[in-house]
Ligand binder design. Structure first.
Ligand code: ATP
Ligand code: AMO
Length: 426
């Protein structure tokens, strides 16, 4: 069942060479004494010429998307779409596709997103869909390399946790033998603790939020890229986030040419530095547009959409009112403000972060202010007595970043098996 070559490594210069290839039959044209197959593997596509009674019998009732292995000879092709082809010596049918298939993986018949997600594995034979996940892979490669080069160590923190990390809302609970446990919403508390031992860490992992939202940007299971760094202020980690995003765009622009072609997009490195707009400036700008806000009001979808028009592309929204931010965020000299930021792409929030409190007494006071019980955080707060350095960090939603990168609106398109309030299968 092995092959000697991936189709993508073949070419007309290999004329006369014997090869064994294997893949999926995309197309099948019977022309009298010859049958032409289009065979695709994950690296490319080739035309196969089938002749002779035994071989023709093998492919006679072959269904599209069946798996075949061909031992044959490379030759030049006269076909318009191919520079070479393979003349089959022997054909093994390894697996037959049963028709009708739930979707047309070639996309010639339009299938809705629900049908495609219900048959996701098959959907990946569509070159557009495959391109998304090749881009996602390359994005992750670039993120790991960039953060590693900056001295960050990749870690894994628990996903089954005993108490909430971000406050009580949106928490999935589960039975953990005879105890109550939760699915982690973010690595927030762990990543902060880890700065006292490892200084700079990052994690790339799934996190869970019981979001009843039916939007194109919310999932109940999403992938977050989190960093935390000792001895950095919020402006330092903003700088890291900005250069990471620029690096990712530059890397995939250069290294994912065929994926961009499959998707019909051109990825362009964004201009840096990104705009930095304070919350106070933002509500002034919105006021001038007729959207009146008081200091301390949260920015709703309609406000973010307007700001997105005023600041197209990437920009930072910084210095939020402290009361709008989680208990772990550090105040500014003006204590009504915080050392915090969101990275936006137009209306879409991609990341939030900030400087953290490292004085445990201040954290206890903030927990009380926010109606949370400090006793439930004592396990975490112990670490703040062990020499906790000042630190900052952020969390970046990978799925939202991929949606921006691929110019696709719905995050479900860039996640293999998305989870939302309705979708638990496959
Ligand atoms: P967090 O969960 O940390 O608050 P998030 O990453 O989920 O942040 P969003 O939910 O995108 O951020 O928040 C952006 C804005 O969109 C918020 O002002 C929020 O009120 C609004 N929003 C959230 N859910 C919906 C929804 N289902 N429909 C319309 N607007 C929403
Ligand atoms: P926040 O709650 O803003 O911050 O989450 C960070 C980023 O994660 C992504 N995200 C989501 N993506 C898809 N579906 C969801 N339901 C979802 N929820 C969040 C977004 C968002 O910007 N602990 C802080 C980060 C920090 O301060 O380090 C946090 O979790 O892209």
């Amino acid at each position: 069942i092995q092959k000697t070559h991936n189709i993508g490594t073949l070419g007309p210069s290999m004329k006369g060479q014997k090869v064994t290839v294997a893949g999926w039959v995309e197309d099948l044209r019977e022309l009298g004494k010859l049958t032409f197959l289009t065979l695709r593997d994950v690296t490319g596509v080739s035309q196969i010429v089938v002749a002779g009674p035994d071989n023709l019998a093998q492919v006679k009732d072959l269904t599209r998307q069946s798996v075949v292995r061909i031992l044959g000879t490379v030759q030049e092709s006269k076909a318009r779409d191919f520079t070479f082809e393979i003349k089959a010596d022997t054909i093994d049918v390894l697996s037959r596709a049963v028709h009708p298939l739930p979707i047309d993986p070639l996309g010639r018949l339009e299938s809705g997103i629900d049908n495609r997600l219900n048959a996701r594995a098959l959907d990946l034979r569509n070159q557009k869909t495959a391109a998304i996940f090749k881009l996602r892979h390359n994005t992750l490669l670039c993120i790991r390399k960039t953060l590693t080069d900056l001295g960050f160590l990749e870690v894994n923190t628990p996903k089954i946790i005993g108490s909430a990390s971000e406050g009580g809302a949106n928490l999935f609970s589960l039975k953990y033998f005879d105890k109550q446990a939760y699915l982690a919403q973010s690595p927030q508390l762990y990543k902060e603790q880890l700065t006292l031992g490892l200084e700079r860490i990052f994690e790339i992992s799934s996190f869970y939020r019981a979001e009843k939202s039916h939007t194109v940007r919310h999932l109940t299971e999403f992938t977050s890229i989190d960093i935390e760094a000792a001895f950095m202020d919020y402006t330092d980690v903003m700088q890291i986030l900005e250069s990471l995003v620029v690096n990712v765009f530059e890397y995939v622009e250069k290294n994912c040419i065929s994926e961009q072609k499959s998707l019909g997009i051109e990825i362009k490195k964004p201009k840096a530095p990104f705009d930095r707009v304070t919350y106070t400036q933002a509500i002034e700008e919105l006021g001038k547009q007729g959207l009146e806000l008081q200091f301390g009001d949260d920015l709703l979808d309609s406000h973010l959409r307007k700001l997105g028009e005023l600041h197209p592309g990437f920009y930072f929204l910084t210095d939020w009112p402290l009361k709008l931010k989680p208990f772990y965020i550090h105040e500014k000299d003006d204590p009504s403000l915080s050392k915090s930021f969101d990275l936006q792409y137009g209306y879409l929030e991609l990341s939030s972060g900030g400087r953290r409190l490292h004085d445990p007494q201040k954290i206890r006071a903030r927990l009380v202010e926010q109606g949370l019980n400090p006793a439930q955080f004592e396990d975490h707060l112990r670490a703040f007595d062990w020499g906790m350095p000042p630190h900052s960090g952020w969390g970046l939603g990978l799925d939202r970043l991929m949606a921006v990168l691929t110019q696709i609106d719905n995050v479900r398109e860039v996640v293999l098996y998305p989870r939302d309030p309705e979708r638990l299968f496959p």
